[in-house]
Design a protein around this ligand. Structure first.
Ligand code: IDP
Ligand code: MG
Length: 178
């Protein structure tokens, strides 16, 4: 780290509150992604398996709720797919039962989360990924994950209010990051 960037870090740290310093909220390890276990994943008893994978990877859970998603929420969530022929069946699928909405935090959480999910079509998803291990068809592919940092920000604000997200330091933090 150069003297200048080191000085900038000191200046940035000086402007933080103690909780912010404790949780390193200025560092890149605070990237957040929106993950949702879809109705088939909930009904098939896969909530624990999905959470376990994100936990054991080292990501930190900062928000979670079980909810029946409204059509309005789902129309907004999948707005970019509204012209696709499968859109009506996608909305019907996503509103066919409760979903588990989660926010996971950690360095590279968006990109790594997508790798952990596997390809959209389970027929193409590698073994070892969630879709590769737990499902068969694209119309019942168990899980959603944000595809970019920008869409993660937008999806998190769509599904969660700020006070539903928790800022804390994981006891594993110092064993996960240099
Ligand atoms: P992603 O979930 O991997 O980001 P997207 O292309 O954003 O994939 O599609 C959103 C969701 O729409 C998929 O996860 C899947 O549930 C559904 N979907 C995508 N393509 C098809 C299709 O060809 N037929 C039926 N459903 C589809
Ligand atoms: Mg997508």
């Amino acid at each position: 780290m150069s003297a200048r960037s080191s000085l900038l870090h000191v200046k940035a740290a000086a402007s933080l509150s103690v909780p912010e310093l404790l949780t390193s909220r200025t560092m890149s390890d605070n990237e957040r992604t929106f993950i949702a276990i879809k109705p088939d994943g909930v009904q098939r008893g896969l909530i624990g398996d999905v959470i376990k994978r994100f936990e054991q990877k080292g990501f930190k859970l900062v928000g979670m709720k079980l909810l029946q998603a409204s059509q309005e929420l789902l129309n907004k969530h999948y707005a970019d797919l509204s012209s696709r022929p499968f859109f009506p069946s996608l909305i019907a699928y996503m509103s066919s039962g409760p979903v588990v909405a989660m926010v996971w935090e950690g360095k590279g959480a968006v990109k790594t989360g997508r790798v952990m999910l596997g390809a959209t079509d389970p027929a193409e998803s590698a073994p070892g990924t969630i879709r590769g291990d737990f499902c068969i068809q694209v119309g019942k592919n168990v899980i959603h994950g944000s595809d970019s940092v920008e869409s993660a920000t937008q999806e998190i604000s769509l599904w969660f209010t700020e006070d539903e997200l928790v800022t804390y330091k994981s006891c594993a933090f110092d064993w996960l990051y240099n």
